[in-house]
Design a protein around this ligand. Structure first.
Ligand SMILES: C[S@@+](CC[C@H](N)C(=O)[O-])C[C@H]1O[C@@H](n2cnc3c(N)ncnc32)[C@H](O)[C@@H]1O
Length: 187
């Protein structure tokens, strides 16, 4: 399986004035994105937040579905939640991937904003399938990723529905991106 990783950034994101902030966790983002990641065979989905209370909340949500009441009411959701890990910041995510893969990932970011992409969905999909190097795709929250994150990325994917009204929920953006990168594996 190609090594594609996803990170949802709650730290190092900006508010509507462009100031760097940390955003709150949204419980739907934890399990809905996990379900998309599980469906598309993603190696790991990192929920990234510098806030201890938010990491605690994320762990509580994960354990609810993996071993709490949720594991009895909807047992197959445990499989999806297996893909989720909680991390403090991008450095921790990159270090964990590098440990697992024995090389650092190619970091790629997404945004709804107009801007020049440096890689197409087709090219990145091809790179993922080649398995030469792990790929980490970053998604933002609030008003998007801060420059401190963007400047650590090697590439930017094109906005989905560029030039049109395109402010997707991050859950939708992840699902569409995964389908564009991986699509169906059985024809
Ligand atoms: C609520 S949006 C943040 C909006 C912000 N204006 C931006 O796109 O950077 C949260 C995240 O969803 C993703 N996203 C939302 N709409 C998108 C689109 N049309 N194309 C690509 N990514 C999108 C991006 O990762 C974005 O950081």
């Amino acid at each position: 399986m190609p090594s594609l990783y996803i990170a949802l950034m709650h730290g190092e994101v900006v508010d509507k004035t462009g100031n760097e902030i940390s955003s709150s966790l949204t419980h739907f983002d934890v399990h809905d994105i996990a379900r998309s990641c599980r469906s598309y065979g993603i190696a790991q989905y990192f929920v990234v937040t510098p806030l201890e209370t938010m990491r605690y909340l994320a762990q509580r949500l994960i354990s609810y579905w993996k071993s709490g009441l949720g594991s009895h009411t909807i047992p197959n959701r445990q499989d999806a939640l297996d893909v989720v890990e909680v991390a403090i910041d991008l450095t921790e995510v990159v270090d964990r991937i590098a440990d697992r893969e024995e090389q650092p990932p190619r970091i790629v970011f997404t945004s709804a904003r107009a801007g020049s992409a440096t890689v197409s969905y087709e090219e990145l999909g091809e790179a993922i399938r080649s398995g030469d190097r792990p790929v980490l795709v970053l998604f933002g929250t609030a008003y998007g990723l801060s420059d401190s994150v963007v400047c650590r990325c090697e590439d930017r994917l094109p906005p989905i529905r560029d030039g049109e009204w395109n402010h997707l929920s991050v859950r939708s953006a992840v699902a569409i991106t995964l389908d564009r990168l991986i699509g169906e594996t059985k024809k």
